[in-house]
Each structure stands twice: as structure tokens, then as C-alpha cells.
Design a protein around this ligand. Structure first.
Ligand SMILES: *[C@@H]1O[C@H](CO)[C@@H](O)[C@H](O)[C@H]1NC(C)=O
Ligand SMILES: *[C@@H]1O[C@H](CO)[C@@H](O)[C@H](O)[C@H]1NC(C)=O
Ligand SMILES: *[C@@H]1O[C@H](CO)[C@@H](O)[C@H](O)[C@H]1NC(C)=O
Ligand SMILES: *[C@@H]1O[C@H](CO)[C@@H](O)[C@H](O)[C@H]1NC(C)=O
Length: 334
């Protein structure tokens, strides 16, 4: 017969176990201070290391992942092999400017991403299909959330989430109040289309005399960010998005310059950085649909895209192909 005190002890142990399990479930990393590990049902998508890399090679050919995501200062002290192209596809001619910009910015990938065995990423486009999508919680669960341009988060959390690991932007698309729409640790990733874009970030971060000419829309003149959060995207991604995904000629006459959208560029980057890539909020209304707004947050239509140098039907074909080969998965209708 088991004595009363034994029962008490067993009951205590059971209680401790229940508390431990509850505690481990409530903690994200699922490890207990005591060193116990309780496998709990994995709610996240299964992630297979290297899967996206294999599939992306069908789109980009035999390319290596050795290219740095962000430009590094050390590559501009002594340029051994100059870039073949000028901006936006390379850095030819912008080396001196870059040297000054990279001296104040940073290039590291945060340890929290670097240390992951398998990186689950979502690229959140700015498309109207995010409106009333209720995808916010799902989006916040990814390891890396990539957002574009001035897309707002405040007031749209239920549909687009609130986590922003990286935001790709160029001067004309920069939000005037970056603190409101980003997290304190968001990486602000500058996509340079022209040398003036490097000049802009230099004058902002080093507080030099601002330049007002050379932009198609006035970018912020005061921009309250920590320079250590700023990164310069490697133009390599613009090159392969244009060349491999859109088959654009690398050398175009000045007047008809076509280029990928920041959205397509962000997917290209994600295919390079991640092991799982999901996309949400991509896709434009049909060309004949003149009333439908294109973004989830503002009342502009396809008309505003005219003259932007983007071919949205060509990009749609590229994204369809990625969906077909399973390199990316769509969370909203595409
Ligand atoms: C592809 O890459 C592998 C490994 O780097 C190399 O051995 C192979 O020759 C490459 N194939 C082509 C077609 O470039
Ligand atoms: C979104 O939901 C709100 C409230 O339910 C509704 O008024 C609005 O029409 C919906 N918008 C769209 C684009 O479906
Ligand atoms: C855009 O892409 C479509 C589909 O590839 C093509 O038919 C069309 O000519 C392109 N438009 C321009 C302006 O290049
Ligand atoms: C993804 O897009 C396809 C059409 O291309 C659509 O049938 C499917 O419902 C979409 N998935 C989601 C989750 O919206």
C-alpha cells in the first residue's frame, strides 16, 4: 500500500510537471531553465534547409549564395574587380560615394537571423488584397518579415502584422517618420537606383548639406534613424531580378529604362536569404480595372504606375513561374 505522504509527493510532482509543461509551451524557445526540453506540436510551417536555394537555381541558373546581401566597407577600400554595371545593377562609378556611406552604416545580418538553422521568411507586398485579410498574426510568426517602401503598419496590424525585420526603400519611397512604422531593430535597407540615392543617405546620416535636386519626388530632408540600422542592398539582386526574372537588357538607353519593382527585388532577396519564402499582398488589378485601388493603404490606381518603368504584367509572369516551381507560396490570391 502506498502511504499518504507518498501520494502527496506524487501529486506534488504531477503539479510541478504540469507547471513545467505549461511554462515551456508559453515560452517561445521551449527550453526550461532546468534544461528540460518538451517537444510540443510545431505550429509553424515545416522548413527544409536549402529547399528554396535548390528551387531558385531553376530561376537564376547556377548561381552561388556567396554574394553578400549588403554592401561591405571592406570591398570598397581597394576595388579589385570593379562592378560591370552602373546603378541600379552595379556600383561602377559610385565607389567613392559608397566608401563614405558604408563608413557610417553597417552590413551585418543580425545574430537572431544568422543563427537560425532554417529561415522562414514572408515578403509583405503593398497590394490591395491584404485589406481585410486578417493575416496579421500569421505574418508576425515568420522569422523574417520583409516590407516595402512606405507601407504603413500602424492601424493595419490585423491585416499586415506589426513585425518588420527589414524594410526595402529608396529615398523617394522612404516614410517620413520611420520610427512609427518600424520596430527599433528593423533593418532599413536602401535600394539605390541612382548615385543621388547614396548621396541622399550620406547627407542624412552625416548631417551634411542636403541636396534637393535629382529626385522625382522630394525625399525626407530630416530622417530620424540610427545609422547602425541602415544597410545598402547589394545591386546584385537588382541585376539578377532584371536579367534572370524579367530578361531586361542590362544596358538600356536612358529614356526607356525599365526596372524591377521593389517587390520583385524583395522576393529575389528572400530567395537568396531564406529557406522558405511566402508572399502576401502581391498582384495588381487587371489592366482594364481602372477603379480598383492598388495598395491596401492609399487610394491610388494603376494609372499612377504609368511611366514608372515597371512592367507589372511581365512581373506577374515571373511570380507565377516561382509559384509553379514551388520556390514561393502565396498567402493571398495571386
Ligand atoms: C554548377 O555549379 C557546380 C558547383 O559549383 C559546378 O560544378 C558546375 O559545373 C556548375 N554548372 C554549370 C552549368 O555552370
Ligand atoms: C473591410 O471590412 C470592413 C468592415 O467589415 C468593411 O466595411 C469594408 O468594406 C471591407 N473592405 C473590403 C475591401 O473588403
Ligand atoms: C510588358 O510585358 C508584357 C508581357 O511580357 C509584354 O507583352 C509587353 O510588351 C511589355 N510592355 C512593355 C511596355 O514593355
Ligand atoms: C494563391 O493563388 C492562387 C491563384 O494563383 C489561388 O488559387 C490560391 O487561392 C492562392 N492562395 C491563397 C492562400 O490565397
Amino acid at each position: 500500500m502506498i502511504s499518504k505522504s507518498r501520494w502527496k509527493l506524487l501529486a506534488m510532482l504531477a503539479l510541478v510537471l504540469v507547471v513545467m509543461v505549461w511554462y515551456s509551451i508559453s515560452r517561445e524557445d521551449r527550453y526550461l531553465e532546468l534544461g528540460f526540453y518538451f517537444p510540443i506540436p510545431e505550429k509553424k510551417e515545416p522548413c527544409f534547409q536549402g529547399e528554396v536555394e535548390r528551387k531558385a537555381s531553376k530561376l537564376f541558373g547556377n548561381y552561388s549564395r556567396d554574394q553578400p546581401i549588403f554592401l561591405q566597407l571592406k570591398d570598397y577600400f581597394w576595388v579589385k574587380t570593379p562592378s560591370a554595371y552602373e546603378l541600379p545593377y552595379g556600383t561602377k562609378g559610385s565607389e567613392d560615394l559608397l566608401l563614405r556611406v558604408l563608413a557610417v552604416t553597417s552590413y551585418s545580418i543580425p545574430e537572431s537571423i544568422q543563427s537560425l538553422k532554417c529561415r522562414r521568411c514572408v515578403v509583405v507586398g503593398n497590394g490591395h488584397r491584404l485589406r481585410n485579410s486578417s493575416l496579421g498574426d500569421a505574418i508576425n510568426k515568420y522569422d523574417v518579415v520583409i516590407r516595402l517602401n512606405n507601407a504603413p503598419v500602424a492601424g493595419y496590424e490585423g491585416d499586415v502584422g506589426s513585425k518588420t525585420t527589414m524594410r526595402l526603400f529608396y529615398p523617394e519611397s522612404a516614410h517620413f517618420d520611420p520610427k512609427v512604422e518600424n520596430n527599433p531593430d528593423t533593418l532599413l535597407v536602401l535600394v539605390a537606383f541612382k548615385a543621388m540615392d547614396f548621396h541622399w543617405i550620406e547627407t542624412i546620416l552625416s548631417d551634411k548639406k542636403r541636396v534637393r535636386k535629382g529626385f522625382w519626388k522630394q525625399p525626407p530632408l530630416i530622417w530620424d534613424v540610427n545609422p547602425r540600422q541602415v544597410r545598402i542592398l547589394n545591386p546584385f539582386f537588382m541585376e539578377i531580378a532584371a536579367d534572370k526574372l524579367l530578361s531586361l537588357p542590362m544596358q538600356q538607353p536612358r529614356k526607356i529604362k525599365q526596372k524591377p519593382t521593389t517587390g520583385l527585388l524583395a522576393i529575389t532577396l528572400a530567395l537568396h536569404l531564406c529557406d522558405l519564402v511566402h508572399i502576401a499582398g502581391f498582384g495588381y488589378p487587371d489592366a482594364h480595372n481602372r477603379k480598383q485601388t492598388i495598395h491596401y493603404y492609399e487610394q491610388i490606381t494603376l494609372k499612377s504606375m504609368a511611366g514608372s518603368g515597371h512592367n507589372v504584367s511581365q512581373e506577374a509572369l515571373a511570380i507565377k513561374r516561382m509559384l509553379e516551381i514551388g520556390a514561393v507560396k502565396n498567402l493571398t490570391f495571386f
